[in-house]
Design a protein around this ligand. Structure first.
Ligand SMILES: [Fe+2]
Ligand SMILES: [Fe+2]
Length: 499
């Protein structure tokens, strides 16, 4: 049977809007789900996705992608790669799978909202594929690490992390609930498809898959590349949405949505990606520094895309460019210090060679972040490991839900950005986190951070042990230094030689 070229029928096939006779338009497309900006339907009908695909093509390409990723996994299933892998690399996998697998599944709802409620037929069509993509990403990232569950209990924990009251899981959910789960379909698309997926997933996907390939983990590297190829398509939903917003006098609202989402997800990725890249991956296997990735793959590309669309850089752009060189260093030391609250084993891994690399990539590292590690190293060399463990909880940001911290040592700039709202005092890690809160206080005001819950008596006994029980972390699951502090040996030897 002869088939028409796709271009001959595509535009007609997705021209699926009609004029409702039995219900009002606002009943079919409730504004708070479909479009609170009141843009005319005729404008939404101009939505023209840059990447066009038919259902027949979609399922055939997706089948090939799955076959590729699953056959690499099957081929390598008998290798003992994971049994012999560097424990810090395994921590990267535990963190990744715990944070990402069910977030992908949650993103099905975001795409489903666009599929049902968007007034743009082309967007509904694309979002249907996006929804199927995210279902695949959820399934494949639950299935692949399942073989690792028998390796140690932390991999089991990674499977349940998303449903837990662990602080890192709360931080992830708070950001994703805000960006993906609780907004109308237009704002969701701007925040998720554009700010998150177009702006930031490259760093997670391309950076991590390069590091994984260098580590010889071709199963994970292929998996990530396979997922990224879907993201690259459905992320494009955001571009025509923004064009329509800008053309219809809604540039300010679009800009605000971009600015909120980009910052919120950046702060999560600083922990999720920044720390493994610059601390856990062995020196000779590192592809680029986190800052180099963020500057080249995120900063420059995202800036160009924003300007092409007639938008501006986020107002905090200069702070962001500074932040990619600092914040993950703060969190590397902070999360290592609170390692028993994690479901993965971080490694300090700041031996003399690693410090030289950090100093080269981040001039001034030794004088700032290095000073905090000096104290830790002194304690470990002297056998006072207990002094490197926390006795209570850190102050947590009321927006990012991660510990409030900043540059230590000679660059000391640790400060709180407080705000009093309706009689309650909130604490923020940066002026940007506080600005996000101020944009819509009623959205955020009721949430209690882990520390708020601690102070309100929800966590008993009110000590670190109570907090660990609240987070359901049992002995054997709590994090410890991935290398058993072996990276401190070099300092011990230098000091012994000097004596
Ligand atoms: Fe995805
Ligand atoms: Fe996605």
């Amino acid at each position: 049977m002869p088939l028409l070229e796709r271009s001959a029928w595509y535009d007609i096939a997705r021209d699926t809007n009609w004029t409702p006779k039995y219900v009002e338009v606002d009943e079919l497309f409730p504004p708070d789900q479909s479009d609170p900006y009141g843009i005319p339907v005729a404008e939404w009908e101009t939505f023209d996705e840059p990447y066009k695909v038919s259902y027949r093509e979609y399922v055939s390409v997706q089948r090939e992608k799955d076959a590729g990723a699953y056959s690499v996994k099957a081929a390598l299933a008998r290798s003992s790669y994971y049994e012999d892998a560097d424990p810090a690399y395994l921590s990267m996998l535990k963190l990744h799978y715990g944070a990402i697998a069910l977030s992908e599944y949650a993103a099905c709802q975001s795409d489903a909202r666009m599929t049902r409620f968007s007034k743009a037929p082309g967007m509904r069509n694309m979002a249907t594929f996006g929804m199927l993509d995210e279902l695949r990403h959820g399934q494949i990232q639950l299935y692949f690490p399942h073989q690792l569950v028998s390796l140690d209990r932390q991999f089991d924990w990674a499977h349940q992390a998303h449903h837990s009251k662990n602080w890192a899981a709360i931080a992830g959910r708070h950001a994703l609930d805000d960006v993906m789960m609780t907004r109308d379909s237009v704002t969701t698309s701007i925040m998720l498809n554009f700010a998150f997926e177009t702006g930031l997933t490259n760093i997670q996907m391309i950076g991590l898959s390069a590091d994984a390939a260098n580590m010889g983990d071709f199963t994970f590297s292929n998996l990530i590349t396979s997922i990224q190829s879907d993201e690259a398509r459905h992320a494009q939903i955001g571009t025509p949405v923004l064009e329509i917003m800008v053309r219809n006098g809604r540039k300010a609202e679009a800009q605000q949505a971009v600015d909120i989402a980009f910052w919120r997800i950046h702060r999560i990725f600083a922990i999720l990606t920044g720390i493994p890249m610059d601390y856990w991956i062995p020196l000779e296997k590192r592809d680029r520094s986190f800052k180099e990735y963020m500057t080249e793959f995120v900063g420059e590309q995202f800036e160009r895309q924003l300007l092409d669309l007639g938008l501006e850089r986020p107002w905090y752009w200069d702070i962001f460019l500074e932040d990619v060189g600092t914040h993950h260093h703060c969190q590397a030391a902070a999360t290592w210090a609170w390692r028993n609250t994690l479901w993965w084993n971080p490694t300090g891994n700041v031996g003399p060679r690693e410090r030289a690399w950090l100093e080269e990539k981040y001039p001034g590292w030794n004088d700032t972040f290095g000073k905090a590690w000096d104290v830790i190293i002194d304690n470990l060399v002297e056998g006072r490991t207990e002094r490197t463990l926390p006795e209570t909880l850190p102050i947590v940001c009321n927006m990012s839900q991660i510990p409030i911290c900043a540059i230590p040592g000679n660059g000391w700039n640790v400060k709180d950005w407080p705000l009093e709202y309706e009689g309650r005092l909130y604490h923020f890690n940066s002026e940007i986190d506080r600005w996000v809160f101020e944009q819509e206080p009623e959205r955020y005001r009721g949430h209690m951070t882990l520390v708020d819950r601690f102070l309100a008596g929800h966590i008993l006994p009110p000590d670190l042990g109570g907090a660990l029980a609240y987070m359901s972390l049992q002995p054997g699951e709590m994090g410890d230094d991935a290398h058993g502090y072996a990276w401190v040996d070099a300092y011990r030897e230098t000091r012994r030689a000097a004596e």
